[in-house]
Ligand binder design. Structure first.
Ligand SMILES: [Zn+2]
Length: 456
């Protein structure tokens, strides 16, 4: 197991040096005390607008304000109330955007975790501003990513924005965050295992080539970052630090690749559907990482099943003749969503990734020919479902749909609809295009509901 300092030196510092967007990443004990000095480089005499929610402000706000004051920076604050919890939507970002739009002399500073960082990222981008981000939990990988995954008019989209110009992660703050939030970050990182598998399959089918450098920046280190889940559950500072470094590296992989492909596949499509529903369980909003934990395990279960199949023996013409045309697929999409606006958006995504018969035949040839080599690679790359469930359990992350209040019937509906959400090619698309989707779901879904979660 490498130390977080080693990974910071050999992965994060070179990534910052090659980043066109992020100029500084400071990860250390007591780092929030450098907020003033770092912000002064970019604010250049302007006042700072510190934006937070109550929880994030409580974690690092007073120390950040003191540091800004010591650096001679005048400060205003805009703090969203804790009840109801802020959600990751364009509408929720409006107070931040409006405050920045009203006063061009304000320099934005975000104090918080996933939702707040995304809201400020979006508001700063919309108003042509850069911003400094102070992380308060190792709860997701979006601090250094370019996109802001937000719900806009009911549909989860990744809005192109810009990562912060500087990111400050105080390890004492991260270690003091609720362990359940660190568990969400662990689950967000765990999702990179099936996401990497999805990219390998997209490359196999010829749907989207794999970038060796972006893939390696995430996947070469993943097993190391995910080692020691007990440290996550116990609030160990070094474990949170290693996790944060891993999540930050993933953010850079997305920046360098120009999309979230290195970090997000079917696992995130499943999670996004629950996020779009605004799912709550036991009176609280289900977090991104909690939803990804279940999406990750669901996708790994599909991979386990796929790895048992011999795709090199597929009969190409039988598959082609049985494949539904675009209109038939769109009818299925319409039936999968009760909200007509969401169905309309999904139709666009499905039409975009639908291939005609000639291209479908080419894909099948590639899959049939390349399967033995790809299967061997996937076996080396992927975690088995049981192993990942065990690790997530030890990290105190959710491990079953029941843990986030999703019953079996709703889980089936979600897995069914998830591939319609994005044009990004995943294992679900490969299963559709090889005519194996129904068989795979029938085989895998009972397994998902048979594993009982910690909350049951
Ligand atoms: Zn994520």
């Amino acid at each position: 197991m490498t130390s977080w300092r080693d990974d910071y030196e050999r992965l994060i510092k070179p990534a910052v040096a090659s980043s066109d967007v992020t100029d500084a990443v400071l990860i250390d004990h007591g780092a929030v005390a450098a907020t003033g000095e770092i912000t002064a480089r970019y604010a250049q005499g302007r006042r700072a607008l510190v934006m937070a929610d109550e929880a994030g402000f409580g974690a690092a706000g007073p120390a950040a304000l003191a540091s800004l004051a010591a650096a001679g920076i005048a400060v205003e604050t805009l703090i969203l109330q804790a009840d109801p919890l802020p959600v990751a939507s364009v509408e929720e970002a409006e107070p931040f955007r409006a405050a920045l739009a009203a006063d061009p002399s304000l320099f934005p500073v975000s104090v918080g975790s996933g939702v707040i960082n995304d809201l400020v990222k979006y508001a700063a981008f919309e108003t042509g501003r850069r911003y400094v981000s102070i992380a308060t939990a190792a709860s997701m990988d979006g601090y250094t990513s370019a996109g802001a995954p937000l719900v806009r008019q009911g549909f989860k989209v990744t809005i192109p924005t810009r990562a912060p110009i500087a990111l400050i992660a105080d390890l004492d703050v991260l270690a003091a965050a609720p362990v359940e939030m660190t568990g969400w970050g662990y689950a967000d990182l765990a999702g990179k295992s099936p996401a990497g598998g999805d990219w390998i399959l997209a490359d196999l089918a010829g749907a989207e080539p794999l970038s060796d450098s972006a893939f390696a920046l995430v996947q070469d280190h993943l097993k190391d970052w995910l080692a020691g889940p007990e440290g996550i559950a116990s609030g160990d500072a070094d474990s949170a630090a290693r996790l944060f470094v891993g999540l930050t590296a993933v953010g850079f992989a997305m920046e360098f690749h120009g999309s979230s492909r290195p970090a997000s596949g079917a696992d995130h499509q499943i999670a996004h559907l629950w996020e779009m529903e605004g799912r709550a369980y036991q009176g609280r909003k289900v977090s991104h990482g909690a939803a990804v934990a279940v999406g990750c395990l669901t996708t790994l279960a599909l991979f386990d099943w796929l790895l048992e199949q011999d795709l090199s023996r597929l009969d190409r013409n039988t598959v082609l003749n049985a494949a539904p045309g675009l209109n038939a697929r769109l009818a299925v999409v319409d039936a999968a969503f009760s909200d007509p606006e969401i169905a309309a958006r999904a139709r666009v995504e499905v039409a975009e990734k639908h291939v005609d018969r000639a291209e479908h035949a080419e894909r099948l040839d590639r899959i049939i020919e390349g399967w033995p080599r790809t299967r061997a690679r996937l076996r080396r790359h992927l975690y088995r479902y049981e192993d990942m469930a065990d690790m997530l359990r030890r990290a105190a992350a959710p491990i079953s749909a029941g843990d986030i209040g999703v019953d079996d019937a709703h889980l089936v509906r979600t897995v069914w609809a998830a591939p319609f959400l994005r044009r990004r090619y995943t294992i679900c698309d490969l299963l559709h295009e090889t005519g194996l989707w129904h068989r795979a779901l029938t085989a895998v879904l009972p397994r998902l509901s048979s594993i009982r979660g910690a909350a049951e």
